[in-house]
Write a protein that binds this ligand. Structure first.
Ligand SMILES: Cc1ncc(COP(=O)(O)O)c(C=O)c1O
Length: 396
């Protein structure tokens, strides 16, 4: 039987990036005591008030068909949220999706196709490649250089632009590096996007998990209003990834054109999830504050624990659920180190290469595990780094 080319474009993606995670799961299933620091799933439960609201809403009969834009309850809550950032926002700017991932997929489908190109920073969140390739567009990497703290620089964006470029896919706060772009940096990047008439799609799923830095967005810059689309969700902010509740906010014409794409894909969302999301957005719920505190403390804890190992250089994150550590002084690539760590020390981390070539000499550790597991993992990571130093000496 014949299949469409999208199945081939997406087939080669994914599995090898997650090989260490998959092997760690296999080892755990066979009883081995693996400490898993690979994926970033909030370790704090979804707030009871959100579960109560979803249940109340469902019991009140809110399980019928919805509409393509989103239930009025959640659309109104999103308008209130984004009006605090841009006063002119109305319902016409909003589209609801089941999570940031679906929002990204639909938005890209609405902006690019075969023959177009999308600029995206390297390292990049693992699913971006598939989201771009699904449309048939080409992906062009903008290096986020380790010497710049993995921050996107306007000159690096401009150097990567080709005539086919239509979109810059931004991610701030950034996964995997935790970098938070400042308003000035975004204005410089935005000026390049204006000059080359590019859309800016900005994934802000970690907006609520900024530690000490100040969150900024191209959406808040009036000069970029006509070209910026924000995608986000309650997955991280409210520790609610399984509810699959997200959105895209952009120019009214964009939202109106994308509405038919969304309707064709989804035929609406679940009203009880919409009510729960509205409740989450409208009420002060302590989940993100608790996560901010705990993830920042764990990042500091890792930096302190690894400070004795000169071959390990952590990059303190400004936000998010992860920390990246440069392991190049061990003589190994991030991938070699991560495999050795799993096999010799039973600690699973993501190799930086899973996110792109700029992070090849790094490993990424999740901050979503308890402190005692973090402490033990750091002890084992330090032990491996110390042994690799010895191996290097022997080789020399
Ligand atoms: C940068 C980034 N974007 C999007 C997502 C997916 O978010 P959602 O659960 O809203 O689809 C993740 C999840 O890890 C992420 O790290």
């Amino acid at each position: 039987m014949r299949y469409a080319s999208i199945t081939e474009r997406l087939a080669s993606l994914g599995s090898e990036k997650w090989a260490i995670h998959a092997e760690a799961r296999r080892m755990k299933a066979s009883g081995e005591p693996v400490i898993e620091l690979t994926i970033g799933e909030p370790d704090i439960p979804t707030d009871a008030s959100l579960l109560a609201e979803a249940t109340r809403s469902m019991h009140s009969g809110r399980y019928r068909y919805s509409n393509g834009r989103g239930e009025p309850s959640v659309v109104a809550a999103l308008v209130r949220k984004y009006r605090r950032r841009r006063p002119s926002v109305t319902e016409a700017n909003v589209l609801c999706f089941p999570g940031t991932q679906t929002a990204l997929f639909a938005v890209m489908l609405g902006l690019v196709e075969h023959g177009d190109a999308v600029l995206v920073g390297d390292p990049l969140y693992a699913t971006y490649e598939g989201v771009i390739r699904a449309t048939g567009a080409e992906r062009i990497l903008v290096p986020l250089k380790p010497e710049n703290g993995f921050r996107m620089k306007a000159e690096d964006v401009e150097a990567a632009i080709t005539p086919a470029c239509r979109v810059l896919l931004l991610n701030t706060p950034h996964n995997p590096t935790g970098a938070v772009l400042s308003a000035d940096e975004l204005a410089e990047i935005g000026a390049i996007c204006r000059k080359h008439d590019l859309w800016i799609v900005c994934d802000e799923v970690y907006e609520e998990l900024v530690f000490d830095a100040t969150f900024a967005s191209p959406f808040d810059n009036p000069d970029l209003a006509e070209r910026t689309i924000v995608v986000s969700s309650i997955s991280k902010s409210h520790a609610a990834p399984g509810f699959r509740s997200g959105w895209a906010i952009g120019p009214a014409e964009f939202a109106s054109r994308l509405l038919s794409v969304s309707e064709t894909m989804l035929f609406g969302g679940q009203p009880f999830i919409a009510d729960m999301t509205a409740h989450a957005l409208d009420n002060p719920i302590g989940t993100s504050a608790a996560m901010r505190l705990s993830y920042k403390q764990r990042a500091d804890r890792i930096c302190a624990a690894l400070s004795g190992a000169s071959a390990l250089v952590p990059l303190p994150p400004e936000a998010g659920m992860f920390i990246v550590v440069d392991v190049s002084a061990t003589g190994m690539t991030g991938e070699e180190f991560a495999w050795a760590l799993l096999r010799e020390e039973r600690v699973a981390v993501m190799p930086g290469s899973s996110f792109g070539s700029e992070a090849e000499s790094y490993i990424r550790l999740s901050l979503t595990v308890p402190n005692d597991a973090i402490d033990e993992a750091c002890r084992r990571i330090t032990a491996l780094a110390a042994r690799s130093g010895l191996r290097k000496e022997r080789r020399a």
